[in-house]
Write a protein that binds this ligand. Structure first.
Ligand code: SAM
Length: 258
C-alpha cells in the first residue's frame, strides 16, 4: 500500500508545488497519497479565526487548540486501513500515525530523518503559523499519534509550510519507485555520511575549463577511487563535522591518506 501524507495548513495553496515534478508524478502513479487540508474549515466564527492572544501576555498570536483537534481527528478517520496481516506484529503505539510538528524548537531534520519518514505508512504534518500551536494540542495528540516536533534548521520561518515541503520532498524521493534510477540515491550527499563528489557533463572543455582527465579515461576503478578522494576532500573542507561523526571503520587506509 502506498504511504499517505496529510498536511494541515491555513495556506493550503502554499503547498501547490507538491503537485509538480517528481512528487507530482509519484502521486499520479499512486506511489504516494498526499492530502492537503485547510485548518480554517474547523474555525467556528464568521471570520474563520484560528488564532488568539497568548495567555501570560507577550507579542504575537497563538493557534487555538480546537480547530487543530478537529483537523487532526479527521486525519485519523481518513487513516489508511492496514492490509490484512500487514501490522499484525506491531503494538498499539507503533500503529499510531506519525504527527510531525514543524518547529524551530524541534529536533533538526536530516537525511536519517528523511529515511525514517520514508518507511512510515501515514504521516500528518501540522503547519504552525503565528507564535505556534497551543502546546496542549501536542499533549492531546500524544495519545493518538507519535508526535515529533521537527526543525528544518536553526532559523525561524514564518510558517511550517516551507519546512513541510522540504521534508515531504526529501522523504518521498526515498519511497521505492519515486526516483527512476535508485542507484542515484546511493552516492548522494549524506547517503553514507559524506558529501557527493563534484559532477560534470559535456562539453569536455567549457570556456577553457576542462573536466578532470580521469573522467575521460574509461578506467572505472580509477574513476571510483578518484571520486572517493574528491568526496573526502570536499567533506573535510566544507563539513569537517561529518568526518568526525563517521562510524568507526568507515574510512580505509587509503582514505586516511587523503
Ligand atoms: N515562536 C516560535 C519559536 O520561537 O519557536 C516561532 C514561530 S514561527 C514564526 C511560526 C511557525 O513557523 C512555527 O510554528 C513552525 O510551524 C514554523 N517554523 C518556523 N521556523 C521553523 C523551522 N526552523 N523549522 C520548522 N518549522 C519552522
Amino acid at each position: 500500500m502506498s504511504p499517505r501524507y496529510d498536511v494541515v495548513s491555513i495556506f493550503p495553496e502554499y503547498l501547490a508545488p507538491l503537485e509538480l515534478s517528481l512528487i507530482g508524478k509519484a502521486r499520479q502513479a499512486g506511489l504516494l497519497e498526499l492530502s492537503i487540508q485547510d485548518l480554517r474549515e474547523f474555525a467556528t466564527d464568521r471570520h474563520r479565526t484560528v488564532d488568539d492572544t497568548p495567555y501570560g501576555g507577550g507579542a504575537g498570536m497563538v493557534m487555538k487548540p480546537e480547530p487543530w483537534a478537529q483537523a487532526l481527528e479527521r486525519t485519523l478517520r481518513e487513516a489508511p486501513a492496514p492490509e490484512p496481516g500487514e501490522d499484525a506484529f506491531l503494538d498499539a503505539e507503533s500503529r499510531r500515525p506519525l504527527l510531525v510538528v514543524p518547529s524551530p524548537a524541534g529536533q533538526v531534520f536530516t537525511q536519517r530523518t528523511a529515511e525514517a519518514f520514508a518507511r512510515e505508512r501515514h504521516i500528518v504534518f501540522a503547519c504552525g503559523r503565528y507564535e505556534g500551536i497551543d502546546e496542549r494540542v501536542l499533549d492531546w495528540a500524544a495519545e493518538r499519534f507519535r508526535v515529533v516536533p521537527v526543525s528544518l534548521g536553526d532559523y525561524v520561518l514564518n510558517g511550517g509550510e516551507v519546512a513541510v515541503m522540504a521534508m515531504v520532498e526529501a522523504a518521498a524521493r526515498l519511497i521505492p519507485g519515486v526516483i527512476g534510477n535508485p542507484e542515484s540515491l546511493v552516492e548522494e550527499s549524506h547517503a553514507a555520511g559524506l558529501l557527493e563528489y563534484p559532477v560534470y557533463t559535456k562539453p569536455s572543455v567549457w570556456r577553457e575549463h576542462p573536466v578532470p582527465e580521469v573522467l575521460l579515461s574509461g578506467n572505472h576503478a580509477r574513476i571510483a577511487r578518484e571520486r572517493r578522494d574528491w568526496q573526502l576532500e570536499r567533506t573535510c573542507r566544507r563539513r569537517p563535522d561529518l568526518i568526525d561523526a563517521l562510524p568507526p571503520g568507515a574510512l580505509d587506509r587509503r582514505d586516511r591518506e587523503v
